[in-house]
Design a binder for this molecule. Structure first.
Ligand SMILES: [Zn+2]
Length: 212
């Protein structure tokens, strides 16, 4: 039995998910919390629910998804995990922030473990498969729980939209092909939890998504 808690964080309204199961172990997906209030919202939820954090996962390394990485790494003594193809983005964190009009200095947290499709994420009784779907960023990952029919899609797939492809190493054709081959081949009742905006289902997106 999976419990998914969504926090909408920072000035770009990123979905940060805390995913736990019946063992009370959990993972944090896209810890984009920014500032003391958002940080304590997350840690308070984890504490109040007696959760043990096993992994910090990033769907990709755009600034808005990683703003809380340094804090969370420090607080939980865990290093974030992401795909190596996005590592270059850490070097331009400051430029990315400025592009969005954010003048704050944020120190990028180094990635502890690079993950790809040959890895499986374990916590409690739960397993997540990794799907590599580049095009929004070259290292964009989706995390799929086959047993629970749940997909965390990052900025690859949104409700009736897809990730923008005008950022460094973005590729519209590659993104659409990846969504077609790797996501639209999943069962239609899989619930999709994206990096921004409301949840949807694979079936809904096959039917109504105008971009793919
Ligand atoms: Zn992004």
């Amino acid at each position: 039995m999976i419990t998914i808690k969504r926090f909408v964080v920072n000035f770009v309204q990123v979905n940060c998910y805390i995913v736990s199961d019946e063992t009370n172990e959990c993972i944090i997906i896209d810890g984009g919390c920014f500032g003391k209030n958002e940080e304590s919202e997350l840690t308070t939820y984890i504490e109040n629910n007696h959760l043990k954090v096993r992994h910090l996962l990033n769907t990709h390394l755009h600034f808005d998804h990683i703003l809380g990485n340094a804090f969370l790494s420090d607080f939980y003594h865990l290093k974030p995990q992401a795909n190596r193809a996005d590592e270059f983005l850490l070097k331009s964190l400051k430029e990315q922030l400025l592009m969005f009009g954010c003048p704050y200095e944020v120190t990028p947290q180094a990635i502890g473990n690079f993950i790809d499709e040959s890895d499986i994420i374990h916590f409690g009784n739960t397993e997540l498969k990794i799907l590599h779907v580049p095009g929004h960023s070259p290292g964009s990952l989706c995390f799929y729980c086959e047993k629970e029919k749940i997909l965390f899609s990052g900025d690859v797939l949104f409700q009736c939209s897809i990730g923008r492809t005008d950022l460094p190493q973005g590729d519209y054709k590659q993104l659409c092909e990846g969504i077609q081959n790797k996501l639209f081949s999943l069962p239609e009742d899989v619930v999709v939890y994206p990096g921004h905006g409301p949840q949807t289902t694979i079936g809904n997106e096959i039917k109504y998504n105008p971009y793919v």
